[in-house]
Design a protein around this ligand. Structure first.
Ligand SMILES: [Zn+2]
Length: 331
């Protein structure tokens, strides 16, 4: 039985292996039943009469046993309006979460035999929207913060100036004596003090220790309630030493993932959703059970609202500055 009040258990709350996945989700009814239990963890309640008993129908609805009213189990989820079987969606979610580096639209199209690349691409975007909870906690403790540049090659542009590349701000918890914790990242419009301070306030709890390089864009952190420490490369004396090893590592992994899995075919206006997928996977990297990622994705898929193809393909121009994105995330 699915129980969301305690830590989910493999083979009990979620399938651990491909074989288990296949036997658990052999039919539409089984998939629907799983979603219903995730959506109403304390049991279904009819919105019309508050009755707690109902039956799943073949069309994805629950029929109240008392007033006969039908409630859609997938309205208001990422599956709303889909013409494909839920089972195909489950396979897509399994495909994306069971692989270490996720999957590309082309890969998903092939594996599921989807008719078009566009469908596969839109599905991945819908799933990405379910990968990050809007109410997630901010980072804490010791946190490294830096920016990195993602995108096409540019000649003759140096340092922090950029024309076409996207700027991604990264924050990562540093554990003592070694190791890294959770990560947060977001596309920022520039590396001004306003933008970077706003990012830190979004990503990190006040009172945390923020480690940065000597860039002046971080000079306002102290007055926002953070303890700011500047890490200087030259102070360490070792030329091979990396001043901020956490963000350096994450930036390298992010670029490798975008170039490898997605072959660099990520446009700036969609980048924030890829950052969500990267974050989802990175923050669960120590989880040995891939099925747990599947479970979390299903759980969040029934909690975030639907998004439609046109909205995904042509986000408003302001998306470049994360406005539409943030509206989605806060609503
Ligand atoms: Zn009812």
């Amino acid at each position: 039985m699915v129980n969301t009040n305690r830590h989910p258990v493999g083979s009990q709350d979620y399938p651990r292996t491909m074989q288990e996945f296949d036997s658990w989700f052999a039919s539409e009814a089984a998939c629907l039943d799983f979603l219903i239990r995730l959506r109403w963890p304390d049991g279904f309640r009819c919105p019309a009469c508050d009755n707690q008993k109902g039956w799943a129908t073949t069309r994805g609805n629950i029929r109240c046993s008392k007033c006969q009213r039908q409630t859609s189990a997938i309205a208001g989820t990422i599956f709303e309006g889909t013409r494909k079987p839920l089972r195909t969606w489950f396979q897509a979610m399994w495909y994306v979460t069971s692989q270490k580096f996720g999957g590309s639209a082309l890969g998903l199209k092939r594996v599921l035999g989807l008719g078009s690349y566009q469908t596969a691409w839109a599905w991945l975007h819908k799933m990405r929207r379910a990968m990050v909870r809007p109410d997630r906690d901010r980072l804490n403790g010791r946190v490294e913060v830096d920016e990195t540049y993602v995108g096409g090659k540019e000649k003759g542009v140096h340092g922090r100036q950029t024309e076409r590349k996207a700027i991604v701000a990264i924050a990562i918890e540093i554990h003592s004596p070694m190791g890294f914790g959770r990560v947060r990242m977001r596309q920022v419009p520039d590396v001004s003090s306003d933008s970077l301070t706003e990012f830190v306030k979004y990503a990190v709890e006040p009172g945390a220790v923020i480690l940065t390089d000597g860039w002046t864009g971080y000079n306002d952190l102290q007055q926002e309630g953070y303890t700011h420490e500047v890490v200087l490369l030259s102070a360490k004396g070792d030329p091979a030493h990396v001043a901020l090893p956490g963000v350096h590592r994450v930036a390298a992994l992010l670029k490798r993932w975008l170039l490898g899995t997605h072959q660099g075919a990520v446009s700036t206006k969609h980048l924030c959703y890829y950052l969500d997928e990267f974050t989802f996977r990175f923050n669960r990297r120590s989880s040995r059970a891939r099925g747990l990622l599947f479970y979390r994705l299903c759980q969040q898929a029934v909690q975030v609202g639907p998004s439609y193809y046109a909205q995904i393909v042509k986000p408003k121009k302001s998306l470049h500055h994360n406005i539409q994105y943030l509206r989605e995330r806060s609503g």
